[in-house]
Design a binder for this molecule. Structure first.
Ligand SMILES: Cc1cc2nc3c(=O)[nH]c(=O)nc-3n(C[C@H](O)[C@H](O)[C@H](O)COP(=O)(O)OP(=O)(O)OC[C@H]3O[C@@H](n4cnc5c(N)ncnc54)[C@H](O)[C@@H]3O)c2cc1C
Length: 466
């Protein structure tokens, strides 16, 4: 009988840890280049997340390279008059969102996150996504050896995907499957045990892969394992609430600035309204009824804010304390593992660029490994194997291209005004518009810096794969 650990990886197998925007985009990019991709997500389903996301021109171009920008552009709802108001309703700035498109050749698009996630999932090969599996990178691999990832699935049923009928399969080779309950249970494992009331056994598998993409978010377990010295995320002492509510008559997209707080309302393409609010609060501050807290804080602000908050249900409100990776990683790769998105460079949302940079990462990584890893026959007559030296060079190039750029954007984001300003799609669009207008007149340094963020284009090789 063959020792399972001797089973060689199939050609160009990639395991992506995390099905957020960054992980899904990387998986789509790699699959388009012929990689056999498995995406592992610990959540048992990709539940619709009740919030919007602003996709600046650089992100829309990245989505273009992944073949999904058409639908995103059609969701553009941030058009015409937008502005910044005071709490009493007086306009501080009024601008035209379409000017951003004129300045940068592409519109900033505000989409519901669930729509973006759905678009990316639909662009994946059938069965590439496995939900309900906690992934741990146990060996980052080297030029000569594959990386290994251990999976703990909460139950066979859960790992087959949640609502939405996500079909699953395994692209990378399974070298060991066993059932035991020895390891310390993860949060989801404990949840499964609690939910069943029986303490279900946990299934473990070990996958080997030519490439692992660590897209496991700001609290990345992979980052903690491979960069144990890194101090991790730090708090900004600012909290953000987000929600999506039904359409509001006569809404003019605006961000309203009060003393130390911001409220923003912007329409989504389907007519609903994406709202957000920020306030300076110690990390961990939570309220029994967040909707009531928002009414208490902002219920006396100008119309239509009170009406929007009146109809708000507490369960529809998301709250996140804002954190970022103030200390940069020394590099974005270890062995055969590439880090991207918040796992690599979580930033404050002041520039609205965290997700946009994750999309840039994904497209750049796919372009570099896609073009930089020659297939070399392994002599067996079987499919070509991935050349480890080529992959090493490609990942070094990935760090060289992405680390300095994301570091610059992280710094800019934390430096842009007070943390409670510029956090929103509307404010970002207003700023971009104003900068574009002012820039044509004076060309100040700030304009050039802003342009350097949103003026990104996918590597030529990526664009040619459309
Ligand atoms: C208030 C706020 C507003 C924002 N607004 C914008 C905006 O307008 N525009 C913008 O571009 N960005 C914005 N951002 C930033 C953006 O949300 C993030 O940068 C982006 O979502 C990061 O995506 P990601 O895929 O890297 O990580 P995540 O979205 O965090 O995804 C990580 C995934 O990995 C999974 N996971 C983690 N560990 C494991 C494991 N061990 N095994 C399996 N799965 C695992 C998690 O469950 C999760 O699904 C905002 C952020 C905040 C907080």
């Amino acid at each position: 009988m063959t020792d399972p650990s001797d089973v060689a990886p199939r050609a160009r197998s990639a395991v992506v840890v995390g099905a957020g925007i960054g992980g899904l985009a990387a998986a789509v990019g790699l699959a388009r280049r012929g990689w056999d991709v498995t995406v592992l997500e610990r959540a048992t389903s990709l539940e619709p997340v009740g919030a919007g996301i602003a996709l600046a021109p650089n992100a829309v171009r990245a989505l273009d390279a992944l073949g999904v920008a058409g639908e995103v552009r059609s969701m553009a709802a941030l058009q015409g008059a937008i502005g910044i108001r005071r709490a009493d309703g007086r306009w501080l700035v009024r601008a035209d969102a379409t000017r951003v498109g004129e300045a940068f050749g592409e519109q900033t698009v505000v989409v519901h996150r669930a729509r973006l996630v759905d678009l990316l999932v639909r662009a994946l090969p059938d069965g590439a996504l496995r939900t309900g599996v906690e992934a741990t990178v146990t060996d980052p691999g080297s030029a000569s050896d594959a990386a290994t990832v251990r999976l703990s699935s909460v139950s066979a049923e859960a790992s087959r995907g949640g609502p939405g009928g996500v079909r699953t399969r395994v692209a990378a080779d399974v070298v060991r499957t066993d059932r035991d309950a020895e390891d310390e249970p993860s949060r989801d494992d404990r949840f499964a045990a609690d939910a069943s009331g029986r303490g279900d056994q946990v299934a473990h598998e070990v996958l080997r892969a030519d490439l692992v993409v660590a897209a496991d978010g700001i609290d990345s377990r992979t980052r903690r394992a491979l960069f144990p010295e890194h101090p991790g995320p730090v708090s900004t002492e600012v909290t953000a609430w987000r929600f999506v509510v039904p359409a509001v008559d006569g809404l003019v997209p605006a961000e309203t600035w009060g003393r130390g707080s911001v409220v923003g309302l912007t329409p989504l393409a389907d007519g609903r309204v994406y709202g957000y609010a920020t306030a300076s609060l110690p990390p961990g501050t939570r309220f029994d009824d967040p909707a009531a807290e928002l009414r208490r804080r902002f219920g006396s602000w100008h119309a239509p804010i009170p009406a929007v908050l009146d109809g708000l249900d507490a369960s529809a409100v998301l709250q996140h304390d804002l954190r970022w990776l103030a200390t940069p990683l020394p590099r974005f790769h270890v062995g055969r593992v590439a880090f991207l998105g918040d796992a690599a460079h979580a930033m404050t949302p002041n520039l609205g660029q965290g997700g946009c940079q994750a999309l840039e990462d994904a497209v750049t990584l796919a372009a570099l490994v896609g073009s930089g890893v020659p297939d070399v026959p392994d002599g067996s007559g079987g499919p070509a194997r991935t050349d480890g030296d080529g992959l090493r060079r490609a990942l070094a190039a990935y760090t060289a291209q992405r680390l300095p750029r994301t570091r610059r954007v992280q710094r800019m984001s934390s430096q842009v005004g007070a943390p409670t300003t510029w956090t929103s799609p509307v404010a970002v669009a207003v700023r971009d518009t104003l900068m574009a207008v002012v820039g044509r007149v004076a060309g100040p340094l700030l304009v050039r810096r802003t342009a350097s963020v949103v003026d990104w284009h996918p590597p030529a090789e990526a664009a040619s794969h459309r």
